[in-house]
Design a binder for this molecule. Structure first.
Ligand code: AMP
Ligand code: MG
Length: 360
């Protein structure tokens, strides 16, 4: 099927009141070797049974995903973990007991049940039990662990509504299960529990502080996350991600400095004849004077990175749809959910400008 055109069936499911009978056909297709996009609380996933190598290859092919970037295995019951790993470290168990189902992926040793194709040849596997009722019902009905990356073309912003999936993958996959918008909007926290000290490979809604408190061991950040100069400890970290087509500039620093810099850059970009878009906090949007021809997207209040997270990818796709060539984005404080949000904004931006405070 690789590269071939196929008919994509779309079904709408009410996440408040899941009608499981409607999920039987896509679940069967999933089990029998098809590829099915489905909603999770983080972003939409593109699923294949881990026991269907052709389907797993098709997931890589339709996304244009490099073969050395491992897939996360999604399960519907905590007990399925026993089949997928020969030894789940105690700290990982403690995390799973509290945060599953939810936006946490644990990386643990891989059992022989998990084909190396899924883990890009690694001897460890990333596993997650999502909390979205539609995801759980679909995986339970399929009765198999489901390997699923985000349901977007590689490099583009992840899909947070079914229409984003259709934009990238209609005609290339078998089903799109539409369960409405994703609540978190940013991909899961990925934690490697195979190292002596657990390390966050990708920040998400579950923070290092939350994990440290629950596991009783100090959970750190992978080196590549704090300093871009170091080699990435996880394959996915080296790729350009979440990027809009427009050239994105991310400004971080004291509000006053960012305000002045934005005003200057807007003027310059307009003088250069560019179509300009702004991605701002509500606070900045309220004070910045903006010419009418500029596209303004307000993410959320600066104090609400959670809301910004649910909106980020949708806004980036909207800039593309409107043909915005230069995106000027304001950074968020790096605390709580702001850490994951800034990680995705940094990856989406081609330029990152750190402005120092005036007092220094
Ligand atoms: P995505 O499927 O695009 O949401 O990305 C999944 C990411 O999870 C990968 O890019 C890796 O960073 C991480 N990951 C998944 N499985 C593993 C694994 N076995 N070892 C290390 N990192 C993993
Ligand atoms: Mg992805």
């Amino acid at each position: 099927m690789e590269g071939e055109h196929c008919q994509t069936r779309i079904i709408k499911i009410d996440p408040q009141n899941v009608d499981e009978s409607l999920l039987v056909p896509p679940a069967e297709v999933l089990r029998e070797g098809g590829v099915v996009a489905f909603p999770t609380e983080t972003v939409y996933g593109l699923g294949a049974s881990i026991f269907q190598p052709r389907a797993v290859r098709r997931v890589f092919a339709v996304k244009g995903r490099p073969a050395d970037n491992p897939l996360i295995v999604h399960i519907a019951e905590k007990e399925w973990l026993d089949e997928l790993t020969p030894s789940c470290p105690p700290a990982a168990w403690r995390a799973v007991e509290v945060f599953w189902p939810g936006p946490l992926t644990i990386v643990v040793p891989r059992s022989a049940q998990v084909p190396p194709l899924v883990t890009a040849g690694l001897d460890k596997v990333g596993i997650r039990m999502p909390s979205h009722p539609v995801a759980l019902a679909l995986i339970r009905l399929a009765g198999v662990p489901v390997a699923a990356p985000s349901a977007n073309t590689s490099g583009r912003p992840s899909p947070t509504v079914a229409a984003h999936v259709a934009e990238d993958l209609a005609g290339k996959i078998d089903w799109i299960v539409d369960g409405g918008p994703c609540q978190v909007g940013l991909e899961s926290t990925v934690v490697d529990f195979t190292t002596p000290r657990p390390l966050i490979l990708r920040p998400g809604a579950i923070t290092a502080e939350m994990l440290t408190e629950v596991t009783g061991v100090e959970v750190g950040m992978a080196p590549g996350l704090s300093s871009p100069a170091e080699p990435p400890p996880s394959p996915g970290m080296k790729y350009v991600h979440y990027a809009p087509q427009g050239e994105m500039f991310l400004f971080e620093g004291p509000e006053e400095r960012v305000h002045l810099e934005l005003a200057k850059r807007i003027e310059e970009a307009l003088a250069g004849g560019k179509r300009v878009g702004l991605l701002l906090t509500a606070e900045m949007a309220a004070r910045l004077q903006v010419p009418e021809e500029v596209v303004v997207m307000t993410l959320s209040s600066r104090k609400n990175p959670e809301e910004a997270g649910t909106r980020l990818y949708g806004c980036l796709r909207e800039f593309d749809r409107l043909g915005v060539e230069i995106i000027l984005a304001e950074g968020y404080p790096r605390i709580g959910r702001g850490i994951a949000l800034m990680n995705r904004m940094e990856k989406a931006a081609r330029h990152h400008i750190r402005l120092e405070s005036d007092e220094e």
